[in-house]
Ligand binder design. Structure first.
Ligand SMILES: Cc1ncc(COP(=O)(O)O)c(C=O)c1O
Length: 410
């Protein structure tokens, strides 16, 4: 058998793999120039944010799209719009960005965590249902890494109990679920335009909904409580200023035109990696549910330490030594292990919203979601980007296959 590079053998790949490249150019400059030429950068007066909102809503086939300053802001607008208040419970995934949790805590909501499917890494109808109590107000379904969660089941268990559904699509642009786009299935869909996403405006985000009343309330939630309906200022409740500028709108407009090609390439490369890993011992690909299409914000597979006779980190080190960009795990710790939750430390000098007056004193810490922790401990991850070519993916697969076959035979 081919000797592993980590043991002195020839590596699968000897040239560096280019996974990044230019993403901003003349199109963005032209839009920015037009924005500046307006002599206003205010979102309500200029044309760029308005055009972006209209074009994103059209692409997604929804009635309303708001633009805000970040994905976190989008999620906070969503929880505020749906009326999450002190002590209300909001269920989400333990494998997500802190932005998802901020959106809950900022409203005084109590985050609860539903365990994830071991191969799609998304919450499931069963795990969500197990967390629903009489205090449950909403579920934030995170479609992780471009890959859709089991929405039919989740919508059914949530709506049956009067629980609203927010979709966190920060990592999942043009992610298809049984002929529908993720972000259009629940009550509100949220997106991020931070600099690491499929498309970027530096920072910004979007809130999608088909519901006129929710859209009107979201407008209040993102703009200090101002309805901007010409009838004067009358904020009805506390709301943030999450207004984007025309510069965000301008860059986002140019980026949006590039989105379909970016997603198509990532979808093709990610599916190619799955196909190339078929039959490799001890290796589980990134599972996409039947009838769904992933836009692969990254690719995360798993290894079985028993079949491969090595711990995950040893496996990953051997694959990386073959000259391909593979690393271990995703976020290191589950979000419920972060001190802000584990120490009940969201607000100064109190344990609000877990203080018993408003919310349940939920204990956060290791062991809450065993499947998610197992995924984190046994997963390997590699980039899938529009700058890569098929040969890159074939090399990643070849390196994984070489290492897995070698360790499995030990
Ligand atoms: C799943 C998920 N939700 C929410 C966010 C928050 O987005 P932003 O960084 O734009 O605030 C991110 C960003 O990393 C994310 O990946």
């Amino acid at each position: 058998m081919n000797e592993l590079a980590i043991h002195g053998g020839a590596p699968v790949r000897t040239t560096p793999m280019v996974t990044t490249g230019p993403r901003f150019g003349e199109e963005e400059l032209q839009e920015l120039k037009e924005a500046l030429d307006q002599q206003t950068l205010f979102y309500w007066h200029g044309a760029k944010v308005k055009a972006f909102r209209a074009q994103f809503a059209e692409l997604y086939g929804v009635k309303h799209c708001h633009m805000v300053t970040s994905g976190t802001a989008a999620l906070h607008v969503a929880t505020a719009t749906l009326g999450v208040g002190p002590g209300d419970e909001v269920i989400t995934s333990p494998m997500t960005d802190q932005g998802t949790v901020i959106a809950i805590l900022a409203q005084g909501g109590v985050p609860l965590f539903a365990d994830i499917d071991p191969h799609t890494y998304n919450v499931t109808p069963e795990s969500v249902e197990a967390q629903i109590t009489g205090k449950a107000k909403a579920v934030i379904v995170v479609h992780l890494a471009g890959n859709a969660a089991d929405m039919d089941g989740i919508l059914s268990v949530a709506h049956k109990r009067g629980v609203k559904v927010i979709e966190d699509c920060a990592q999942s642009y043009l992610c298809w679920y049984k002929g529908k786009l993720a972000g259009t299935l629940g009550d509100i869909g949220c997106f991020s335009l931070n600099d690491f996403k499929h498309i970027s405006a530096g920072d910004a985000g979007m809130v999608l909904t088909n519901d006129d009343a929710l859209a009107a309330r979201a407008q209040l939630c993102l703009d200090k409580g101002y309805a901007r309906d010409g009838q004067g200022r009358r904020p009805p409740f506390l709301a943030m200023n999450y207004r984007p500028s025309e510069l965000h709108g301008a860059v986002a407009l140019a980026q949006l035109r590039k989105l379909p090609a970016i997603v198509e390439k990532r979808n093709m490369l990610g599916d190619l990696l799955t196909a190339s890993l078929k039959g490799v011992p001890g290796i589980h690909p990134h599972k996409v549910l039947d009838g769904c299409k992933s836009s692969y914000w990254f690719y995360m597979g798993r290894m079985d330490p028993k079949t491969l006779n090595v711990p995950r980190d040893e496996f990953v080190a051997a694959v990386a030594a073959e000259g391909v960009p593979v690393s271990g795990g995703y976020i290191g710790k589950m979000v419920y292990e972060y001190p802000v939750l584990a120490d009940h430390n969201a607000y100064e000098n109190c344990s609000y919203p877990w203080d018993g007056v408003y919310g349940r004193k939920v204990s956060y810490g290791p062991g809450m979601c065993p499947a998610a922790e197992e995924v984190e401990a046994t997963s390997w991850r590699c980039p899938i980007t529009e700058h890569m070519i098929e040969q890159d993916v074939r090399d990643i697969a070849a390196a994984i296959k070489k290492v897995a076959e070698c360790f499995a035979a030990m």
